[in-house]
Design a protein around this ligand. Structure first.
Ligand code: NDP
Ligand code: GDR
Length: 387
């Protein structure tokens, strides 16, 4: 039985990866942070009573800012594979806490690599580092001749997050070259899912589209509608992480779909799921998305409900508005990855396309909103902070 250690196991990717590795027969250890409220919702279904005999999932309290803790956990677990997914992963928030991000996302990676070395596990332990398309910064002149970013495109990070992750990228590569360690970067483009954090743009959109359709929210406020992202499904992307560590030689790989889409188009696709057509009016910060029509059949299919009068009242009103507070001091305008190397060498192909991703997220968020409405009707208070 192989043993894996996942940092960031309570996050979107960590939870899907833990499921995948357990399915593959691994003993999975995860690092969770101590918090004053529950932060393990994404992995609660994997929890096992540690008194059982055949336990294959275990969590340890820890933090990537704490070297001693990292060394102790790795010493105890003796992992065959480490997936370093822990990070402060929100690009906009990284402008508010740049030092913390450097510590966790940058130096945190060093702590993992150095712990493996200190413990003499260089030969045994393979390491996956969660690198990111944010390293490219979206500079048009750095794309390859076909218009994509690939493994040899130059980096130009545009945020404290990107700057911290670029250290993580290079220190991983350096430990591979300096100490002959099996340490690899997956340069993953954006990937989303029903488990995506609520403040990333796709999830913010699908949650709002569901809430507006069900009559519990009037408007969705967004920043840059023109940004283009190469969006895939997290379930497909964690499979690529695993494949990267199963290769004969340690190498870095771009994981992407090769298709890029505007934020505004993701908005249209999400609302279309519940039968809403959006008409854009105005320009710049004055631009609004007006609810132009509702397709009754589609609405009923998506919600199993008749359209409420309060929802019909929204016709011709602005259900999407631009709020400059969501603009970033420096923006990454366009990301588009070339997955040729991962397709050829890893044999990786995504199962979900963008339509399938939107469908999966919308079905889940409609259900979640209906559950919230039901609970609220029965007197339970629901607190969902929309950002
Ligand atoms: P999430 O934000 O969903 O999860 C991040 C995880 O890191 C959470 O488990 C979080 O814990 C944990 N974490 C945060 N700070 C610390 C810390 N100081 N010490 C230990 N753990 C910490 O991110 P994703 O799952 O989406 O992404 C996984 C990784 O992949 C991240 O490193 C991200 O930067 C990177 N990445 C993500 C992409 C994407 O599109 N999703 C694309 C490319 C790279 P808690 O739950 O307590 O907050
Ligand atoms: P990103 O993801 O910054 O690409 O980082 P995010 O979903 O936050 O933003 C994508 C694009 O949408 C624009 N945008 C908004 N973004 C947010 N969050 N909220 C808004 O209201 C909004 N309106 C428009 C953004 O400006 C941006 O252009 C994600 C993270 O998962 C990183 O950890 C990961 O490394 C990269 O993807 C690849």
């Amino acid at each position: 039985m192989k043993t894996a250690l996942i940092t960031g196991v309570t996050g979107q990717d960590g939870s899907y990866l833990a499921e995948l590795l357990i399915e593959q027969g691994y003993m999975v250890h995860g690092i969770k942070r101590r918090a004053s409220s529950f932060n393990t919702q994404r992995v609660d279904h994997l929890y096992q009573d540690q008194h059982e005999t055949s336990v294959n999932f275990k969590m340890h309290y820890g933090d990537l800012t704490d070297s001693m803790n990292i060394i102790r956990i790795i010493q105890e677990v003796q992992p065959d594979e480490i997936y370093n997914l822990g990070a402060m992963s929100h690009v906009k928030v990284s402008f508010d806490s740049p030092e913390y991000v450097a510590n966790v996302d940058g130096i945190g990676t060093l702590r993992i690599l150095e712990a493996v070395r200190i413990l003499g596990l260089e030969k045994k332990t393979r390491i996956y580092q969660a690198s990111t398309s944010e390293l490219y910064g979206g500079l048009p002149e750095n794309k390859n001749a076909q218009g994509f970013y690939d493994e040899s495109s130059p980096f130009y990070p545009r945020s404290p997050y990107g700057a911290a992750k670029i250290y993580g990228f290079w220190i991983t590569k350096n430990y591979r070259e300096a100490y002959n360690m099996f340490a690899c970067n997956g340069i993953l483009f954006n990937h989303e899912s029903p488990r995506r954090g609520e403040t990333f743009v796709t999830r913010k959109i699908t949650m709002a589209a569901a809430a507006i359709a069900l009559g519990v929210q009037d408007c969705l406020y967004l920043g840059n509608l023109e940004a283009l992202r190469d969006w895939g499904h997290a379930k497909d992307y964690v499979r690529a992480m695993w494949l990267i560590l199963q290769q004969e030689k340690p190498e870095d790989f771009v994981i992407a779909t090769g298709v890029t889409t505007k934020v505004r188009d993701f908005v249209e696709m999400s609302f279309a799921h519940v039968g809403f057509t959006i008409r854009w009016e105005g320009k710049g910060v004055e631009e609004v998305g007006v609810l132009a029509s509702i397709d009754q059949e589609k609405y009923e299919r998506a919600t199993s409900e008749a359209i409420k009068p309060s929802v019909l009242n929204l016709l011709d009103s602005s259900v999407v508005k631009v709020d400059p507070q969501y603009f970033r001091p420096t923006e990454v305008d366009l990301l588009l990855g070339d997955p040729t190397k991962s397709k050829n060498q890893l044999g990786w192909t995504p199962e979900y396309d963008l339509a399938g991703l939107v469908e999966d997220m919308m079905v889940s968020d409609v259900k979640l909103t209906q559950k919230d409405i039901l609970l609220a009707e029965r007197g339970h208070e629901i607190f969902r902070q929309s950002e």
